[in-house]
Design a protein around this ligand. Structure first.
Ligand SMILES: Cc1cc2nc3c(=O)[nH]c(=O)nc-3n(C[C@H](O)[C@H](O)[C@H](O)COP(=O)(O)OP(=O)(O)OC[C@H]3O[C@@H](n4cnc5c(N)ncnc54)[C@H](O)[C@@H]3O)c2cc1C
Length: 310
């Protein structure tokens, strides 16, 4: 089994994939507002004993109850049948499936396992954001997540010899970027551009001592996102024409249109080898995750292949 967003046409039910991922029941332990736009939801429960995050930008798929439901109920968690059973549910009852990031996994004081997920609150009309806003201790959701640390939902995979890391993240990818920064070894040269909706979203982040972080705030209505990022990237002294430092690796995630533009900037303007630019559209302006999944199931998802056309 694999996280569905990584398996466009058909969920991968091969034995090899099944070893890496599984279903988990996540029980809300507590919630905490950590920024203007961010709510941290801490999950626990017996089922998490088998959960093994690979760290960095480890993603997982959450199944969230609709507004009239308290807990998530799936008709099947069998690796061969869950997908068909979930899709066959009436829309008014079907939990929404959304991609999120494991911000942190740790042992709880009682010896169990706790997992933090940081939700961007972007409005009650959007099911996942709305669910986070009403999440309460004791509420149970389902997740497909990692059972082994080495799994393909960890996309941050710098090649051996990486000495410089460039990061671009918007608010949805800040949890992933924060987890990446926290694990980079001292001595790694880091430049990061983080785009958040509000000044109070400039979170304190653990990072290598010399990491340079540029915060960018887009207009409240989301317009001009891409232009503002490109302006900030071009204002950086090392952007102009010359070859990148040897061992440069870039990771780019956020709104799909902006991600495309930032990737193009790194490859065409900074001349970074495109194989060393990992990019992922986390959401797309104007499209719900259902619409993005429908494209994926139809084989029309934009490629994440580093060698794909710019
Ligand atoms: C691998 C991966 C990891 C992710 N990790 C995280 C994470 O840790 N935290 C997190 O908050 N998100 C994360 N996301 C993004 C999240 O899955 C999307 O934002 C998702 O659309 C939220 O679902 P929803 O039900 O709230 O909105 P949807 O129903 O999917 O979308 C409804 C509308 O809201 C818009 N929209 C979606 N997200 C935003 C936003 N942030 N701001 C403004 N408008 C928006 C859409 O364009 C659409 O028009 C991740 C995505 C991926 C692919």
């Amino acid at each position: 089994m694999t996280a569905p967003t990584e398996a466009p046409a058909e969920p991968d039910t091969s034995a090899a994939a099944a070893a890496h991922f599984g279903f988990f029941t996540f029980e809300v332990q507590r919630t905490r507002r950590i920024g203007h736009s961010f709510l941290r939801v801490t999950f626990g429960g017996e089922s998490l004993r088998e959960f093994r995050s690979g760290g960095y930008d480890q993603s997982l798929s959450l199944f969230l109850p609709l507004s009239h439901q308290e807990h998530t109920v799936l008709p099947s968690t069998d690796e061969d049948t869950w997908f068909g059973a979930w899709r066959a549910m009436p829309e008014a009852e079907r939990p929404v499936m959304r991609s999120y990031t494991v911000r942190d996994q740790r042992r709880s004081p009682s010896g169990g396992v706790e997992v933090d997920v940081d939700f961007v609150l972007h409005g009650d009309a959007s099911p996942a954001s709305a669910w986070a806003g009403r999440a309460r201790a004791g509420s149970r959701i389902m997740a497909i997540g990692p059972r082994t640390g080495a799994n393909k939902s960890v996309r941050f995979q710098p090649p051996a010899g990486t000495r410089t890391v460039l990061l671009y993240a918007d608010e949805t990818a800040l949890p992933a970027a924060a987890a990446i920064l926290a694990r980079l070894p001292e001595g790694t040269a880091v430049k990061a551009w983080f785009q958040v909706p509000h000044a109070d979203d400039r979170l304190d982040l653990a990072a290598p001592a010399d990491a340079e972080v540029v915060w960018i705030q887009p207009a409240a209505d989301g317009s001009g996102r891409t232009g503002q990022v490109l302006e900030a990237l071009r204002a950086d002294g090392s952007a102009s024409g010359s070859a990148p430092a040897p061992g440069t690796y870039a990771w780019v995630a956020g709104e799909a249109g902006t991600v495309r533009a930032v990737r193009r900037h790194f490859v065409q303007e900074r001349h970074i080898d495109r194989r060393c630019v990992r990019f992922t559209g986390y959401w797309r302006l104007g499209a719900s995750e259902e619409e993005l999944l429908a494209e994926a199931y139809a084989g029309k998802a934009p490629s994440e292949d580093p060698e794909s056309a710019l």
